[in-house]
Design a binder for this molecule. Structure first.
Ligand code: 8YV
Length: 324
C-alpha cells in the first residue's frame, strides 16, 4: 500500500515498511506542509506517518476518511483532532513510552544548566568577559534536597523524578488532573493542588499534554505565586506557558530562571528577548532527539502502520473507540 511521510524518519522505520512491501513517499523538506498540501497528498495515499506539528483538524479527517490510519512519530497529539478522527473511523497511534528517558534527560539537563546559568557562562567567555576569579559573581543555585514540582506526572515526569531523587535527593510533589496512588508510592511523591505546587516548588517541570485546560496555565498569576528563587522548566509544549508573562517574570525577578525545550511558536525567532536573559536556556525541541530514541520512535510508528494496513489493531492506538 502507499504511505505518505510528512518528514524523513530514521532508516530503520523506512526499512521495516519497505520490507513489508509498502510504497513510501517522503516529504523531506524542513518546511512544514500547508494544510491544503497535506490533504492533497493524503488523498493519494492509504496511510500517513506524521512527524512534527502538522495540524490534522476536522476538515482533514472529513476529506481523508479513506485513510486506513495515521501514525504519529511523537507522544504528543495536541495537533490532531482525535474526536474527528474517531468520527471518521481513522485510527491514530502515537509513540508513547519510548521517548520518556531521553525527554526527561533534557528536563534534567535544563534544570542543571539553569541552576548554574551554564549557557550564559558560555556566552560570557565567548564575548571576552571572563576577566578573572570573582568570588561573589556567577553564583548559581544548588538542587540538593530541594523540592521538584512536576506538573503532569506521567511517564516522562516519572523518569525525571527518579533521576532527581537519585542524584539530588529531591523531594517530589506533583499536580495532575487525577491523583495516582501507584506512582505516588513508587516515587514517594506527594499530590498537591496547583497552587501548592506553585508555592512549594524550587523547580517546576512541565510534563503535561497541551489542552484547553493547560494552555497558558503558567501565566502572570501563576508565576507570581512561585518562589523568587524558583526555576521553571518546560519540555512538554510551549503553549502551556504564556511567553510574555514568562519574560516579564524573569525580567522582574519574580522567578529565578527558566529552561525551555519547547516554545510557541516553533521555531523561535532569533531576536526573542528570552535568549538574552540571564538564567535562561532555550533548546530547539530536542527532547527525543537521540539516535537510540528516534530509532525506537520510527520503528514503533512503522509497526503501527503495518498493523493497520494488515487490518489489525494498532498497538499504540490513541482512539481505541474506532475498533469498538
Ligand atoms: C517529537 C515530541 O520530536 O513526542 C513528542 O510529543 O514533542 C517530540 O518527541 C516531535 O513532536 C516531533 O514529532
Amino acid at each position: 500500500m502507499n504511505i505518505f511521510f510528512t518528514r524523513k524518519i530514521p532508516q530503520k522505520g523506512i526499512q521495516l515498511l519497505e520490507e513489508a512491501g509498502h510504497t513510501l513517499t517522503i516529504h523531506s523538506e524542513t518546511l512544514a506542509l500547508t494544510k491544503a498540501e497535506l490533504i492533497n497528498l493524503a488523498k493519494q495515499h492509504d496511510a500517513v506517518l506524521s512527524v512534527g506539528g502538522n495540524q490534522l483538524d476536522a476538515n482533514f479527517f472529513e476529506q481523508c476518511k479513506h485513510l486506513k490510519c495515521i501514525a504519529l512519530m511523537s507522544v504528543g497529539y495536541d495537533n490532531v483532532d482525535i474526536n474527528a478522527a474517531s468520527l471518521y473511523k481513522v485510527p491514530v497511534s502515537n509513540t508513547s513510552g519510548v521517548l520518556s528517558k531521553a525527554t526527561s534527560d533534557v528536563a534534567f539537563l535544563l534544570m542543571l544548566a539553569v541552576s548554574r546559568n551554564a549557557f550564559n557562562m558560555h556566552k560570557k567567555i565567548e564575548q571576552g568577559n571572563w576577566k578573572g576569579f570573582e568570588p561573589t559573581a556567577d553564583l548559581g543555585i544548588e538542587l540538593y534536597g530541594k523540592t521538584l514540582g512536576i506538573f503532569g506526572l506521567g511517564r516522562i515526569g516519572i523518569e525525571l523524578a527518579k533521576k532527581a531523587k537519585a542524584a539530588y535527593e529531591m523531594k517530589i510533589i506533583y499536580h495532575n488532573r487525577k491523583r495516582n496512588i501507584e506512582t505516588e508510592n513508587l516515587l514517594d511523591a506527594e499530590y498537591v493542588s496547583f497552587d501548592e505546587l506553585l508555592k512549594q516548588s524550587d523547580v517546576i517541570s512541565v510534563h503535561t499534554n497541551l489542552s484547553d485546560e493547560t494552555k497558558d496555565i503558567f501565566d502572570q498569576t501563576a508565576f507570581k505565586k512561585m518562589k523568587p528563587s524558583a526555576l521553571f522548566i518546560n519540555t512538554a509544549r510551549g503553549a502551556v506557558h504564556n511567553e510574555k508573562d514568562l519574560i516579564d517574570a524573569l525580567q522582574n525577578k519574580t522567578i529565578w530562571g527558566a529552561g525551555l525545550d519547547v516554545t510557541n511558536p516553533e521555531p523561535m525567532d532569533k531576536n526573542n528577548p528570552l535568549l538574552n536573559l540571564p538564567n535562561v536556556c532555550v533548546l530547539p525541541h530536542i527532547g527525543s532527539a537521540t539516535v537510540e530514541t528516534r530509532d525506537q520512535m520510527a520503528l514503533m510508528a512503522a509497526r503501527n502502520i503495518i498493523a493497520a494496513l494488515n487490518n489489525q489493531k494498532m498497538p499504540q492506538v490513541i482512539n481505541k473507540e474506532v475498533y469498538e
